[in-house]
Design a protein around this ligand. Structure first.
Ligand SMILES: [Zn+2]
Length: 375
């Protein structure tokens, strides 16, 4: 086993303990006090590892945490998020636990194990006297799970000056990195009709739910698995009482695309929605929230470089894609070389079965340390 693999495998208990502490600091995106708390903790650990820490204050969301080692352009930008999809109280129902080689707990894989990988790699490089061969900036943001609305400008500003972006999001269950990710669009489609007494004036009403029903079937039908395009109406609401013809109904829609061109096609399709029920009106709000990270030299070249660096560590890297978006979508869309899925190995992100494969913490920290010192 190489020195780096050996070093981190001897520190697996410390890494597991750090993961436990992060999981026990519950941090739903919408709870500023909670995400600030985990941000303060991460800042403290990063300082101990020799990082220069800046907090980027936010009003509504948790403060983002920037950790720098060295200065200058053309360096590494590491992206990892501190927020989770789990409300405070989830931990009481599903406490942290380790069973065999799996660790469980809300947000353990997505994305707290990634923070462990980054912090352990920085500490390891310091301990081993191995300086990163370019400046390092690690951004721990607090709003990734809600679309990175407040951190996107910061991500893009930092990426603009970087040489390569490492998006430290979970790997797949077999450890594969991500060389493409679908882009995401979100829409709210509202049907407007005319209210009337459902018995006495049925013919005078315009049923907004009937209008929306037409649109829902049309939208679902836009899914094309061959192109990798999916449309999912995930939420509907309409009407007030059964004896009133409803004058309003609303659907929220999730759209995923693999390419920028396909994104444009879907935006045009939503712009082109027209009412089906005579007299009804439609409003369509939304658009692309994250551009697709297309499989291209932007993602494939850093992947091949990572493979070369991983091989002497005895680590074989494979590449896949994902229907889920990440902050890597933003940086790849800027044309920045982006490597995604560098976090721990596990499965079940956003589900109650979420787990981290414990040995992967050491493997991924060794990989990260190697990437930062040998790129
Ligand atoms: Zn994530």
């Amino acid at each position: 086993m190489t020195d780096l693999r050996m070093y981190f495998s001897q520190r697996i208990e410390e890494m597991l303990d750090l993961l436990r502490r992060l999981v026990e600091l519950e941090s739903p995106s919408t709870d500023k006090a909670a995400t600030d708390r985990i941000g303060r903790f991460v800042a403290q650990v990063a300082r101990q590892a020799g990082g220069n820490v800046t907090r980027v204050p936010q009003e509504r969301w948790g403060d983002h945490v920037l950790v720098r080692l060295g200065e200058g352009k053309g360096g590494f930008l590491l992206l990892c998020h501190l927020d989770t999809v789990w409300p405070v109280g989830t931990l009481a129902e599903r406490p942290w636990r380790v069973e065999g080689d799996k660790a469980f707990g809300p947000g353990c894989l997505d994305d707290k194990a990634s923070a462990v990988v980054v912090l352990a790699a920085l500490q390891g490089l310091a301990d081993l006297g191995l300086a990163p061969n370019r400046p390092v900036t690690a951004l721990f943001n607090s709003d990734e799970e809600v679309g990175s609305r407040s951190s996107r400008p910061l991500i893009e500003a930092e990426a603009g000056g970087a040489g390569v972006v490492f998006c430290v999001e979970p790997a797949t269950p077999d450890g594969s990195l991500k060389v493409w990710r679908k882009g995401t669009a979100r829409y709210v489609v509202t049907a407007l009709g005319k209210a009337a007494h459902a018995g006495a004036d049925h013919d005078k009403g315009i049923n907004a739910i009937a209008e929306l029903a037409h649109q829902v079937l049309l939208l679902q039908g836009m899914t094309d698995y061959g192109l990798g395009t999916t449309v999912s109406v995930g939420w509907v609401r309409g009407g007030t009482r059964t004896n009133i013809v409803p004058d309003r109904a609303e659907a929220r829609v999730d759209v995923r695309v693999r390419t920028v061109a396909e994104g444009h096609r879907m935006v045009a399709a939503f712009d082109g929605l027209r009412p089906a029920v005579p007299g009804a009106r439609l409003t369509v709000e939304g658009g692309l929230s994250r551009p697709p990270m297309e499989e291209s030299p932007i993602t494939l070249e850093p992947f091949r470089r990572a493979q070369e660096i991983a091989a002497p560590l005895g680590l074989t890297l494979a590449a896949v894609g994902s229907g889920g978006a990440s902050d890597g979508n933003f940086t790849a869309a800027m044309g920045m070389p982006t490597l995604d899925g560098l976090g721990a190995v596990g499965d079940g992100a956003h589900s109650i079965g979420e787990y981290v494969l414990v040995p992967s913490l050491a493997e991924r920290a060794a990989l990260m340390a190697a990437l930062l010192s040998r790129w």
